[in-house]
Design a protein around this ligand. Structure first.
Ligand code: HEC
Ligand code: HEC
Length: 345
């Protein structure tokens, strides 16, 4: 847009020009964000309702049967690019999911029970066979099969982008490998399975953002204040386990930081005797001095004797609330899916 309007805005722009300038890039972007967030929330509400409705649902052409799952396994889901099943297929990057030699004496529908026992011991939660199967697809990093690397694809993110119903079908296919099909474990999910189903749906709802691109957005916009697994700045909270808080929380935490102020990261306003004002996080509090860390990371040490007034501002976060202006809608979707899909654990 060329900014050749008259100096001091003397002549008002013509009709078309006015509309065009109103619909300037920034405005469109802000509306885009509002729409996106609104759509996201409506979608979550809808999907939670249908999830808790507990009825058998199949969407489109996916059938929740081993045959439906087989089609996805050997097609859209691209599982076959890393996994063979018994004598079928030639991929070796991931474990064979059928019975294969001594290493895989039991097919996945049977050996998942043993893995589930290991997970129960490790986590203290009771895992059933299907819980393990669902976890291995929803959060592959949670249990890494011995002799393999944590390099399974997140199959509900681009480029594979399976939706929940497709994953459910694949789970029945896995169950059927040497084992019994257990539809009840999918239709009336345990707490563990339900949690993973919700995570898959949230990721889909995040607009199918691209977590790879989201990692770059994170490095450009967030890493100066947030760490992942201890790497990055500790000005704001570490975000390694933030996926557990869910999409709605994350969406709000980014767009309206003050609405969800994290405990321990409240915003202090300090006025000194000479009228100087400092706003930031209180990062040290000794007998006669405090440190206030500003959003820029600058640390200001103030003698307690110099403080005229110190208060909390509940309506303001040290995290900027105009981050969305620096990001496109796609950046926002990408960073959301990046944070939601962190392998964590
Ligand atoms: C990019 C390669 C890749 C793709 C694609 C992939 N996987 Fe995997 N998968 C792996 C690797 C590597 C492991 C072993 C490491 C681990 O446990 O995470 C694994 C582990 C598993 C396990 C656990 C096996 C066991 O013995 O406990 C299951 C189940 C599984 N994958 C299912 C699937 C399904 C279903 C799909 C498709 C929807 C799929 N994988 C797509 C690489 C892949
Ligand atoms: C200038 C520093 C700063 C920047 C830049 C920043 N944040 Fe924050 N963020 C904070 C602070 C401080 C808090 C804690 C106060 C609050 O909850 O608002 C926070 C809180 C959060 C929370 C809530 C964490 C929890 O455990 O409750 C999330 C999620 C978050 N930020 C995500 C992001 C993302 C994503 C970006 C980049 C797009 C980002 N932040 C950029 C400083 C920052």
């Amino acid at each position: 847009m060329s900014g050749d309007s008259a100096p001091n805005g003397a002549t008002p722009p013509e009709g078309g020009g006015l509309v065009a300038s109103l619909l300037s890039h920034a405005v469109v972007k802000v509306f885009g964000f509002l729409l996106l967030v609104l759509a996201t929330f409506v979608w979550i509400g809808h999907s939670v309702t249908s999830l808790t409705g507990g009825r058998a649902r199949t969407t489109g052409p996916v059938e929740m049967t081993p045959e439906g799952g087989e089609t996805i396994f050997w097609g859209k889901g691209r599982c076959y690019t890393c996994h063979s099943v018994g004598g079928r297929g030639s991929a070796v990057r991931g474990p064979n999911l059928g019975q294969f030699g001594e290493k895989f004496a039991q097919p996945i529908g049977v050996r998942a029970a043993g893995r589930a026992r290991e997970r129960s011991e490790k986590t203290g939660e009771t895992y059933a066979l299907t819980d393990y199967l669902v976890e291995s697809v929803a959060s592959p990093g949670a249990y890494v099969v011995e002799g393999y690397k944590n390099e399974m694809a997140i199959v509900y993110a681009p480029p594979i982008s399976l939706v929940l119903d497709e994953i459910k079908a694949v789970i029945t296919y896995l169950q059927s490998q040497g084992g019994e099909i257990d539809l009840a474990a999918i239709l009336e999910p345990s707490e563990i399975t339900q949690r993973y189903f919700a995570r898959i749906q949230a990721a889909t709802a995040a607009g199918g953002g691209d977590p790879g691109a989201g990692a770059v957005v994170y490095e450009d916009n967030c890493i100066d204040c947030h760490a992942l697994n201890g790497e990055g700045s500790d000005l704001g909270p570490d975000l390694s386990a933030i996926s557990g808080r869910g999409l709605k929380f994350l969406a709000e935490a980014i767009l309206q930081p003050a609405k969800t102020l994290t405990e321990g990261y409240e915003t202090y306003v300090v006025v000194e005797q000479d009228g100087r004002q400092t706003i930031g996080l209180k990062t040290r509090d000794d007998a006669d001095e405090i440190d206030i860390t500003k959003a820029t990371g600058e640390v200001i040490t103030i003698a307690k004797a110099d403080i005229k007034e110190i208060s909390l501002d509940p309506l303001k976060s040290v995290m900027p609330d105009d981050l969305s202006e620096a990001m496109t809608v796609k950046d926002y979707q990408d960073v959301l899916s990046f944070l939601l899909l962190l392998k964590g654990e």
